[in-house]
Design a protein around this ligand. Sequence first.
Ligand SMILES: Nc1ncnc2c1ncn2[C@@H]1O[C@H](COP(=O)(O)OP(=O)(O)OP(=O)(O)O)[C@@H](O)[C@H]1O
Ligand SMILES: [Mg+2]
Length: 504
Amino acid sequence: MPSTILIVDDEKNIRRTVRLVLEGEGFGVEEASSGEEALARLPDIGADVMLLDVQLPGISGLETLERLREPSAKGGANSVAAATTTETPGTTGVGSASTAARQQAPIPTVVMISGHATLADAVRAVKSGAYDLLEKPLDRERLLVTIRNALERRAMANEVAGLRALADERFEMLGRSAPMQALCSQIAKVAATRARVLITGESGTGKELIARAVHRESPLRDRPFVKVNCAAIPPELIESELFGHERGAFTGAVARRRGLFEMADGGTIFLDEIGDMILSAQAKVLRVLQSGEFTRVGGEQTLKVDVRVVAATNRDLQAAVTAGQFREDLYFRLAVVPLRAPPLRDRADDIPLLCAAFVEATSRENGMRAKSISTEAVAMLAAYPWPGNVRELRNVIERLVILSEDSIGMGDLPEEILAEVERSRRTQAAQVGSPTTGLPRIELPPEARALPLRELRDHVEREYIRVKLDENSWNISRTAGLLGIERTNLHKKMRALGLGREDR
Ligand SMILES: Nc1ncnc2c1ncn2[C@@H]1O[C@H](COP(=O)(O)OP(=O)(O)OP(=O)(O)O)[C@@H](O)[C@H]1O
Ligand SMILES: [Mg+2]
């Protein structure tokens, strides 16, 4: 598709000349005779480059440029309040702002043109985001070179923006179930403060996404977010990773190195898998949390940082404290505001939405046509308990999208998921005595757990026969027929089990 250039000039002759030059080079060309007209038509034209005269009737070229770059009113990307209203379907507050921002029409790259531009004009133009300023009369070659350069830079900027959007999307928390809404409102509240947050939850529930959301929604959002995987760093390196080291502090320390706490100064440090941190490192972390002070490994100087600490773990930290594996004082310092990531089975309502989002994202990321997933397959996935939570669901969907044809159906689902759902459906049906299975609900006495097998079997048999007799008004022949045994046999069983008419 040819790039589109919008010429904004009130002089018809100039518009015509420029059009001839640009069309001759294969560009698409649009014209506007005023700033107002250009602004109004831009969303429809979707120009890549705008040639904008400085002097225009009505609003000037510089003003047009400034209005163009004003963040649109719906942006709200910087406000927690805006981000907590559910605007984008399917997204809860946290993260929806970035989606809104992505949907705005891209702004064209602007090249100003002027008959007698002053230096002040030029400075103001560049400050307002213009790419370049050309003098009239326009030189053909200069015009073409400038436009080509502008387009090239634009392509690069688009690529970066695309990558960033993709990265943001990876960190977007999806879900609108009650547990997710509660969580998002807690995140919004805690993000506005500098309180320390301890995120707990099973593996794959989105603890890292929560940590990033806390940072993104906080006043520190433009400062660094530094993630530390405490479980992945070898114990002997963890101190130097966190606090840095001086040259020669240990074999291999060839130069002084800053630690992660220093890098996070002014921002947020995310101590992931904190439950796996060794005790000696815990003592040092405790010191930073108490005083903001630390010392590099092998150093003497006391350094000071100002960081917000967010930690996460899938371990039961309180149990680790009891077991002497985790310092209690550190636990209390970290867990000022505890946030809990709900397991996916407790928010099965979100599964259809997550399926749709992951199918879409995987298709797009792999450059495939958008695939679809059948309602039955989604219902099946929603009934599965997902021990690996969202991560497991995401992996399964990615695999399905890559391996299946255009539409994903029941038959494509992994065997173990089908089997598990079938199994749990059967047990559930038996428990509630569903009419489809014909199985009655049998109450077991509390002591049943301790009964010898024989007694337990007798108990169940007795109750089952009694229910069947009840259903058939104690008609022995009919009940025996339904139970698939001889009439005499049923009499014998009733006697043995002590079942009589008085049990009715
Ligand atoms: N609410 C959610 N919406 C969309 N994707 C999610 C959500 N929760 C988790 N995910 C995705 O699931 C995967 C696991 O998330 P994350 O790494 O945050 O989990 P975790 O709780 O930190 O797991 P672990 O304890 O194993 O470290 C990621 O791919 C993440 O994008
Ligand atoms: Mg994690």
